[in-house]
Design a protein around this ligand. Structure first.
Ligand SMILES: Nc1ncnc2c1ncn2[C@@H]1O[C@H](COP(=O)(O)OP(=O)(O)O)[C@@H](O)[C@H]1O
Ligand SMILES: [Mg+2]
Length: 387
């Protein structure tokens, strides 16, 4: 996003939404009916880069995602290519969307807007607040999360900004993803987004290295999985470590493995939590290129990637790896995106950079342990001799 002082404010959008026939493009968009509070007020949700208005289009629950700053010039093209790709391969977890050009008339100018299916329910942040003490629901959530991340990978899609406010639990309990601004898909590979995900969910080198690609979700998927699984066995983690903009770990924890939360996770009574903790520490110390080799920026070739993805469960039957012929297309629009607005650049070729050695927090060196054991034996023998 770029700065633009004449860009519509929240107040401008609120006025527009109150009079859709006059201010909201044409066709179906003009039929947007905003959801109102009992006192008649319209209450949008504010994210990092958008105001989201809930309502209905054609009787269907929908949201109007209005940009709070001018979107990057490539965003329209990214959504257009993504729409085509999703129409081809399907993606049940992504909220359906439609990009509208010049759709909102506010303060004398026309700006684009994104309409999306309202996936309903609530965010992962809100959901965990309620279910953190419920072992069975957390188990289901963890299984659903593994299925979702496996499904995305099978369809060659990466969300790019997996975090607690972009992961929604629909009314039917299904996990869904919103905020698709940073998605990676094969046709988008030469159009990187201008954002790098929430630092409390991303590898420490993600932002500085401009890392983004097919396996960019590996780190954040593991952060979410470990957080859910850890809460199953230690619900108190939420009150102590969920500060606001994180689940139980933060960017500071990824950078410093001596912080208390790691000891707490390592001492979990559950072996899987301990394994996932070790794994997350390993990949947060390793170079981004070793964790997500397909998402590393251009650089010198690197040694082989770290083995195994953090979510090794098989993809469920409902998520075929092959493209499906009949997709769930976005609804027709009155002013649909038609032609690319910018010429695509050259196809990006993922390159690798030299990874740092992975650090295992639980392992101690063999010789050091042997010296310690011998020293202990000598002390015990001396004490026995003295007595
Ligand atoms: N399609 C959707 N259905 C339901 N809620 C949504 C949808 N899209 C966004 N939201 C809600 O609005 C919030 C902000 O939207 P988001 O697209 O994430 O904006 P930003 O890019 O500014 O973070 C989300 O965290 C979510 O709670
Ligand atoms: Mg968001």
């Amino acid at each position: 996003m770029t700065s633009d002082t004449s860009w519509p404010s929240l107040h401008d959008y609120l006025s527009a939404v109150q009079q859709p026939a006059r201010s909201l493009g044409g066709g179906k968009l003009a039929e947007f009916v905003p959801e109102r509070q009992p006192d008649g007020a319209v209450m949008p949700v504010q994210g990092q880069s958008a105001y989201v208005f809930y309502g209905w289009i054609d009787g269907e629950p929908a949201v109007l995602r209005c940009f709070s700053r001018p979107p990057a010039p490539s965003l329209r093209e990214r959504y257009e290519r993504l729409a085509r790709y999703v129409a081809e391969v399907g993606c049940p977890s992504f909220a359906r969307f439609t990009w509208w050009d010049d759709a909102v008339v506010v303060a004398g100018r026309r700006v684009p807007v994104l309409t999306m299916e309202d996936v309903g329910g609530r965010s992962l942040r809100q959901h965990l607040e309620e279910v953190r003490g419920d072992e069975a629901r957390l188990e289901r959530l963890a299984a659903g999360w593994q299925a979702l991340t496996g499904d995305l990978a099978a369809r060659r899609l990466a969300h790019g900004d997996l975090q607690q406010d972009n992961i929604m639990i629909g009314r039917d309990g299904r996990l869904r993803l919103v905020d698709l601004d940073a998605v990676w898909a094969p046709p988008l590979a030469d159009l990187p987004p201008n954002e790098s995900g929430h630092p409390n969910f991303q590898h420490p080198q993600r932002a500085s290295g401009r890392c983004w690609g097919e396996d960019v979700d590996r780190f954040s998927a593991l952060v979410v999985l470990l957080s859910i699984r850890a809460l199953i066995h230690d619900p108190g983690l939420w009150d102590e470590y969920h500060l606001d903009e994180n689940l139980v770990l933060t960017a500071a924890d990824f950078a410093d493995h001596s912080r208390l939360v790691w000891f707490r996770l390592h001492s979990s009574r559950d072996a899987q939590v301990r394994d996932l903790t070790t794994r997350l520490q390993q990949i947060s110390s390793a170079a981004f290129a070793a964790v997500s080799p397909l998402s590393a920026p251009a650089g010198p070739p690197s040694p082989p990637a770290l083995p195994a993805t953090p979510v090794p469960k098989p993809v469920p039957k409902s998520a075929p790896a092959k493209p499906v012929s009949k997709p769930a297309p976005a609804k027709p629009v009155s002013k649909p995106v038609s032609k690319p607005v910018s010429k695509p650049g050259p196809k990006s070729v993922p390159k690798r950079v030299e990874p740092k050695p992975a650090v295992s927090p639980t392992s101690t060196s063999g010789p050091a342990s042997a010296v310690l054991v011998v020293a202990l034996i000598v002390i015990v023998v001396l004490i026995v001799a003295i007595l």
